[in-house]
Design a protein around this ligand. Structure first.
Ligand SMILES: C[S@@+](CC[C@H](N)C(=O)[O-])C[C@H]1O[C@@H](n2cnc3c(N)ncnc32)[C@H](O)[C@@H]1O
Length: 212
């Protein structure tokens, strides 16, 4: 985790580095229901149409996909790691309530909506604890490519490494944190995006609207 360049430059390593994440437990039913309510309300507040196309980037084995697939009817779920993708497929097949998930094994950098037979831009892009691992420079063009004007961008980040807190000074994570900070700030300050919400209480929840 401390060397983001290695993660993004070495494809084999990138493929395997997330295997263990599949051991992380899914949410309890109580937490799942709470999150479904929370995000339903949030998207209602900003008039986000739940029937429009939504894409999740780096979904892992689907911890957050369980939430968003219950909110949005056209839900594309992407994940590059082979093992996590297999677990994601198992999740989809485990219950008919996940039938609306459209699964694609791809990284954000390699994502091409034409290749996955989606001929329209999406109305919402979701990063659930995955934004910090993508190649930042390519990310902005890619977002522009896949997200339509008036569409939304939801970025959730973990409490650690305190990405927006300047006082965080762990040397090991300093470079990585700086990159994430720059990347977030670039989006927040980008005139293409309007910042709708920035919640920093427990985890970071950033909701933006693409206005140009
Ligand atoms: C901390 S996990 C989060 C997984 C899931 N979103 C969740 O909330 O549980 C980070 C995820 O980002 C994915 N990831 C890493 N680099 C990526 C990239 N370049 N494009 C898309 N996803 C990536 C990993 O494969 C992993 O599944």
């Amino acid at each position: 985790m401390e060397n983001i360049n290695k993660i993004t430059m070495n494809k084999d390593k990138k493929e395997n580095i997330w295997d263990n994440y599949g051991e992380k437990d899914y949410m309890s039913l109580e937490l799942l229901n709470y999150k479904i309510l929370y995000f339903n309300k949030l998207f209602d507040n900003f008039d986000c149409d739940k029937n429009e196309l939504v894409i999740e980037i780096g979904a892992g084995h689907g911890i957050s996909s369980q939430v968003f697939s219950q909110i949005f009817s056209n839900y594309i779920v992407t994940e590059p790691n082979k093992y996590l993708f297999e677990k994601l497929t198992e999740l989809k097949n485990s219950n008919k309530k996940y039938v609306n998930m459209m699964l694609y094994q791809t990284s954000l950098e390699e994502l091409n909506l034409d290749n996955i037979s989606i001929n329209e831009k999406v109305n919402l892009v979701i990063f659930s604890y995955s934004f910090q691992y993508i190649e930042y420079n390519k990310c902005f063009n890619k977002l522009d490519e896949i997200l339509k004007v008036n569409g939304f961008l939801l970025i959730m980040l973990p409490f650690k490494p305190f990405v927006l807190n300047e006082e965080f000074d762990d040397i090991k994570n300093k470079k990585w944190r700086k990159q994430i900070n720059q990347s977030i700030n670039n989006i927040i300050r980008n005139e293409q995006y309007e910042l709708l919400m920035l919640e920093k209480e427990k985890n970071y929840i950033i909701l933006l609207k693409k206005i140009i």
